[in-house]
Design a protein around this ligand. Structure first.
Ligand code: SF4
Length: 673
């Protein structure tokens, strides 16, 4: 990829578009990239009305250095710094240098759409810099219809379908893209009946090559500059990549030059879940009950189905007895592993093995008791279930983290040693890997996030926010709390809350640690007869609540699920109440981290619980100031002063904001119009 230039130097030549600046050789690339970034931020963007933000430019330089030198880098940039522009410049230039796209992995489909939308950051940069960026979205396959499922529904039950499903089937007939975004009002349970899922047998499907999911994959594969995926798809690809290539199948993502994780603090859960296996109780039970009733099947198959049904019931009944329900904040219920549970798991695994064998016999004998598509779905379901049980039973469950999903009762088995997997599959590629987020460190210390991701000495950069917190934010910490008396503490916190809401005339977001707190606050606030609309998390769909909160300026939104992902600039959030400090629950993933540090001779409370709490608090505080003219108060109605967690709490609060201890001193609120 090198050509002689007329001045005798070496210049790079490119098959696709070249990077947006000139350089003579690879060694020059990082320096020229930095020059170009300076030119863009200091000369080009200000001409289009963008202000110069030193925090953004610093971050962009750090990222250019990390990408140019193939580093694994944590890029922390506070709210309002514009970190997306900062990483996009390096990503586009590096993709063109390497002739392969860079993956931008977002935390959700909504963020993917935001980034690639008509007015999103990619299009805006492309237009302003005349770059003609080729960026394509790799959407989660669960967002697409599966033609096999659609055909099955058409053929089997056309007369019994409900309104929603009939509507989806009519839409499925004429849609080109087959994406859920085209019919967003369809409920989840209806969508699940028609969408791709991990039991779809794409490899042997006769629609393969024609179906809409496959076309969507074909669309993003040739992306020249950027592939915008989500964390889940990225890890799906990462964990299966080598195996798929060895089996002669294309990997889910094309070869890429680098990966940048947006919201990099959130990668661990999707990484674990995509590496894990799920035993889906409802799916297995549905399959077994169908098999027990089929006409024309051999006795051996029916007997195997009955035996598996019995083993399945025993396993799940005992599993639910061992699932620890105590912590209502946890979405994932920890499981007490004992010999009985392991025995039941082994029995179920053996029963499913026999069932799988009998299903294959049925197929080989050409007995048409089951359609080919249903047979393939069932085989995939059994394979997934036996893989989960195998992994769980190996080494008495010690190599895995397991849990029961609170919502769907499914049993999850994920690898305990995710760090080693990341090292082997990702870091060993020696490509640039960037974790970008507003919350990666506490007081500039990245030890905790580094440890969770298996990185001892990552390259790091950290800049605070572009906002002027000294002028825009006050922190209110009440001095006296009776921490040992929960009832008295609740009553006092409620009195503080009532008077603060009056002072701010509503316009508040109240962040709680659990759904139970939301109920208690709703009941407790009745006595105050406040003239504001109280929007509680359990009273409606999340998107609808946030819209109402944004539109009704004086309303108050209360919930345990709004610590991140809510962006409401302006007056609607003039007061941010931290009702309880967000110490982690008994989540099995957190529990595994506690065990790990304990085995290293460290204190799990200070090494896991405190940093977890601090990072979540930092996220929550980021909800208050979204624009340079926003003003507001953060009030923490939980003991902080003099407590062991005082330092970590203070480090998580917006730097420079003034702390006051009396409501009379809250000048930011009282100076509001
Ligand atoms: S290829 Fe996969 S998603 Fe497409 S119709 Fe077949 S099973 Fe469904």
């Amino acid at each position: 990829m090198q050509d002689r230039t007329v001045d005798g130097g070496i210049s790079m030549s490119f098959n696709g578009p070249k990077p947006p600046f000139d350089f003579h050789n690879r060694a020059e690339f990082p320096a020229r990239l930095a020059d170009w970034i300076g030119h863009v931020f200091y000369d080009v963007l200000p001409k289009h009305g963008y202000e110069i933000r030193e925090e953004q430019i610093f971050t962009a330089y750090q990222l250019a250095d990390a990408v140019g030198k193939h580093k694994i880098h944590f890029a922390e940039a506070g709210p309002g710094t514009g970190k997306t522009f900062a990483y996009l410049l390096s990503a586009i230039a590096y993709a063109r240098l390497m002739g392969k796209p860079v993956v931008i992995a977002c935390a959700s489909t909504a963020l993917q759409e935001q980034l690639t939308g008509v007015d999103g950051d990619i299009n805006t940069l492309s237009r302003l810099l005349g770059l003609d960026v080729d960026a394509r979205m790799a959407k989660d396959p669960r967002q697409f219809v599966c033609d096999v499922k659609i055909n099955r529904l058409f053929n089997a039950h056309t007369k019994k379908l409900g309104d929603s499903l009939s509507e989806v089937l009519a839409w499925a007939k004429q849609t080109d893209r087959g994406e859920r975004a085209e019919i967003p009002h369809v409920p989840d349970r209806v969508w699940a009946d028609v969408a791709w899922d991990e039991f779809s047998s794409c490899e042997s499907c006769s629609s393969r090559g024609f179906c809409r999911l496959v076309k969507a994959r074909e669309h993003y594969r040739p992306a020249r500059d950027l592939i915008v995926s989500n964390h889940g798809i990225f890890f799906d690809d990462l964990w299966t990549r080598k195996e798929r290539i060895a089996d002669g199948k294309p990997p889910l993502l094309p070869a890429y030059a680098a990966v940048i994780f947006d919201e990099g603090h959130k990668v661990l859960l999707p990484a674990a879940m995509r590496a894990g296996r799920q035993l889906d109780q409802a799916g297995i039970a549905g399959m077994l009950s169908f098999l027990e009733k089929i006409q024309g099947a051999r006795t051996a198959l029916l007997s195997a189905a009955f035996a598996a049904q019995l083993a399945d019931t025993r396993f799940f009944e005992y599993l639910h007895q061992t699932a620890l329900q105590a912590d209502e904040r946890a979405d994932r219920l920890a499981v007490r592993i004992d010999q009985q549970l392991l025995n039941n798991a082994n029995t179920l695994r053996r029963a499913l093995d026999i069932l799988s064998f009998e299903l294959q016999n049925e197929q080989e004998m050409h007995i048409r008791s089951l359609s080919g598509a249903r047979m393939q779905t069932y085989e995939a379901r059994i394979e997934q279930a036996t893989a989960a049980l195998d992994r769980f039973c190996r080494n008495q469950g010690e190599d895995t983290i397991v849990w029961v999903g609170r919502e769907d009762d499914s049993f999850w088995v994920v690898p305990r040693d995710l760090s080693s997997m990341l090292k082997e599959h990702l870091y060993a590629q020696k490509i640039p890997v960037v974790f970008s987020s507003a919350t990666l460190s506490l007081g500039g210390d990245f030890t905790y996030i580094g440890r969770t991701l298996g990185l001892e000495h990552p390259s790091v950069s950290s800049v605070g926010s572009s906002f002027d917190y000294e002028k825009q934010v006050q922190i209110y910490l009440p001095r006296r709390f009776p921490p040992s008396d929960q009832e008295a503490s609740f009553a006092l916190a409620l009195r503080h809350l009532g008077s603060l809401l009056r002072l701010s005339r509503g316009r508040a977001l109240v962040l709680t640690a659990s759904p139970a707190d939301v109920k208690r606050i709703r009941t407790g606030l009745k006595a105050f007869s406040l003239p504001f609309n109280l929007l509680c998390e359990d009273s409606g769909e999340r998107g609808h609540l946030i819209r109402s909160f944004r539109e009704d300026i004086s309303s108050v939104l209360v919930g345990a699920g709004f610590w991140e992902g809510i962006d409401v600039p302006g007056e609607s959030i003039s007061l941010l109440i931290i009702w309880r400090l967000p110490f982690p629950s008994n989540d099995p993933l957190i529990e595994a981290r506690r065990q790990e540090v304990q085995e290293q001779g460290l204190n799990p409370v200070t090494e896991v619980d405190y940093p977890e709490m601090g990072l979540k608090l930092k996220q929550g505080c980021g909800r208050l100031i979204r624009k340079s003219d926003d003003r507001g108060v953060i009030a923490i109605l939980d003991p902080v002063l003099g407590m062991p967690w005082q330092q970590v709490t203070m480090e998580a609060l917006p730097a420079g904001a003034k702390v006051v201890y009396r409501q009379e001193d809250l000048t930011v609120l009282s100076s509001k119009p």
